[in-house]
Design a protein around this ligand. Structure first.
Ligand code: F6P
Ligand code: MG
Length: 473
């Protein structure tokens, strides 16, 4: 159940795999070490502090092994059902060293290995080493959060009066809104934290507003949103009672916020009767959603004034005091909280974690690795995969010719699988499929696109996006 097309490797110096392993992962590990240091200094109890220090040592060892291109050691058994799979694969790869590995496997191993240091402890089992960073970045996306809260409030209010309008007007508006919501949801992915090692907070804010979104429309090089909309509309027209949409989540904070905006829109417009969200079960790729992030987001919205006016460390360092929210802003954020909590309480918005999402392999393995989850996804009208890593996993992170059809590159998840797949992805890695002939060459020839270096640099920064659909029947 794996592709025969070779995968991107950390050994290939022209790939983003190599750059990631050499430059980005050590920075991410240093950030994690700093976070635990801080948590240890704030921790109560000698035993807990001693354990925290041991975790710091383990993370430092991991960083040393990576930077000195040592062999990967088998993962210690923390009881996770995925551990044997990780270790078998390591043996099959003949216990390689860090710069001679499939990129996908090695990056998953990195986060899984970090997680074992915590899960095998007594006092730090459920500690999320990236939580602080996720929350503070969400705070810094305040302008875009407020803009969207206001837009959402207006939209939902308008939709409750839609019975007064002619049917055709409603349908046209619905389609346009669907496109807009999906695009918001797409660009929310441009701001994940694992790329923060190169982006500034100002860059992030620029990426998030509605102006930025309009300007970025031309950067969506494949856009299959129309096909996805038709599918949902058809199911609604046919009067199907249960119509479920799944979102395989990517990042917490702003991206989760826009995912919930999309979910709320789909439910309010009747394009879905339930939305199932799939978070990760362990801290993953820095910013990915774990169930605790969902709760933290709702808490922030329930009580936005203290959330936004308590100075963060960055604010303190810059001598800034955040301005209080206006009453209208507080009300609009609270409206979101009420709306989403209602959907959640009524079982229309469901959080469904599964260990499959943090295994080391691609989604080509889904039917054999987790048949129950596979069957479950077949029940859905549409499964939306968010972000870069999910796209890499769908396409097995393989070195496809960029004109390979998406339906072919996702292998067992393609036509005949019974799963309707929609990938919303800003490009942050080498793999890309479904392009028109000559498109890759054109993008490479643009400034910063990679030229004839042999590297597909245009696809590394999140500037370009692809929205690809595959019907499961
Ligand atoms: O390419 C950079 C990178 O960190 C990849 O390692 C990973 O695929 C991706 O970005 C994470 O991005 P996302 O949060 O969009 O999946
Ligand atoms: Mg992510």
């Amino acid at each position: 159940n794996d592709t025969r097309t070779p995968q991107y490797s950390t050994g290939d110096k022209t790939s983003f795999a190599y750059v990631s392993a050499r430059d980005r992962w050590p920075v991410i590990l240093t950030g994690a070490i700093d976070d635990v240091h801080r948590a240890v200094s704030e921790a109560e109890g000698e035993e807990k502090r001693a354990e925290g220090k041991k975790i710091i040592e383990q993370l430092a060892t991991l960083k040393y092994e990576l930077q000195h291109d040592r062999k990967l050691s088998p993962l210690p058994d923390d009881g996770g059902r995925d551990i044997p799979g990780y270790n078998q694969e390591l043996t099959q790869l003949s216990t390689p060293s860090w710069f001679n590995l499939p990129w996908l496997y090695s990056e998953c191993y990195l986060y899984r290995r970090m997680a074992t240091s915590f899960s095998l402890s007594k006092h730090w089992k459920y500690y999320d080493v990236f939580s602080r960073q996720k929350m503070s970045t969400f705070k810094s996306s305040r302008p875009a959060v407020l803009e969207l809260a206001s837009r959402y409030h207006e939209l939902i209010t308008q939709m409750s009066h839609k019975a007064e309008k002619p049917e055709q007007d409603i349908e046209e508006a619905e389609k346009m809104l669907f496109m807009e919501m999906c695009e918001i949801c797409l660009w929310g992915n441009a701001t994940d934290l694992s790329l923060l090692t190169t982006l500034t907070y100002e860059d992030i804010q620029k990426l998030q507003g509605s102006e930025a979104r309009k300007a970025s429309e031309k950067n969506i090089i494949i856009n299959d949103l129309g096909a996805a909309y038709e599918l949902l509309k058809k199911a609604k027209k046919e009067g199907k009672k249960e119509r479920r949409v799944d979102i395989v989540l990517d990042n917490a904070g702003f991206e989760l916020y826009v995912d919930l905006i999309l979910a709320g829109f789909l439910l309010s417009a009747g394009l879905a009767t339930s939305v199932v969200l799939h978070p990760k079960s362990i801290p993953w790729f820095v910013s990915d959603v774990v169930p605790g992030d969902f709760a933290a987001l709702l808490n922030a919205l329930a009580n936005p004034q203290p959330f936004y006016t308590t100075s963060s460390d960055d604010d303190k360092n810059a001598g800034k005091t955040p301005a209080p929210l206006s009453q209208k802003e507080v009300d609009e954020l609270f409206f979101l909280f009420q709306d989403w909590s209602k959907f959640h309480a009524e079982g229309q918005l469901i959080l469904r974690p599964n260990r499959f999402w943090t295994e080391g392999g691609s989604y080509w393995r889904l039917p054999t690795s987790d048949p129950t989850l596979y069957e479950d996804l077949k029940e859905s009208e549409l499964v939306i995969f968010k972000g870069d890593l999910n796209y890499r996993k769908l396409t097995a992170d393989a070195m496809w010719d960029p004109t390979t059809p998406f339906t072919q590159a996702i292998g067992p998840m393609g036509p005949g699988s019974g799963v309707n797949v929609l990938a919303l992805r800003t490009c942050k890695a080498d793999v890309v499929v479904g392009l028109k002939a000559g498109e890759d060459e054109k993008l490479r020839a643009m400034e910063g696109g990679g030229g004839d270096s042999g590297a597909r640099k245009w696809a590394w920064s999140g500037k370009w996006a692809v929205v690809s659909f595959s019907g499961g029947s």
